[in-house]
Design a protein around this ligand. Sequence first.
Ligand code: PNS
Length: 161
Amino acid sequence: METRAVYPGSFDPVTNGHIDLIQRSAALFDQVIVAILRNTEKTPLFTVEERTEMLEEAVRDLKNVSVTSFAGLLVDFALQNQASVIVRGIRAISDYEYELQMALMNRRLSNKVETVFMLPAESYSFLSSKLVKEIAQLGGSIRGFVPADVEKRLRDKFRIE
Ligand code: PNS
């Protein structure tokens, strides 16, 4: 039977660390659905449409990866899409506590969906969308942290020449 995985997140914006994880997931599972959370309480820098465009561009060559958005409970989205796996990336121990809490809560909500933790390449272990946004806003170089088109969009958002 085919195994379908969901890789959920805010992706505001997608980083090379996310892409690394998507590639690893695509090699492991038959289908990977990258799912952007909508209706978050956080105020995002990029709209869901912009984030979708950036992700679609990033996964263009991965034939078993699709990009969509979701609202509501993640386990409900997974079940509705016949996905039995939730993929989450763990960079450092500091990520673990929050991820453990979410994974166990999701397991309580549905025992039909299993969370799988994956490690990005260690060169991305310090990378986060939050830091990338902060560096871009303050005029620092974000080359190598995000795809070229995302770098351009960040520069445009913060009007950096
Ligand atoms: O990249 P992020 O922002 O850390 O992703 C968090 C995400 C989207 C995985 C999490 O906020 C989520 O699953 N939200 C959907 C609502 C939900 O299911 N909440 C209960 C989680 S136990």
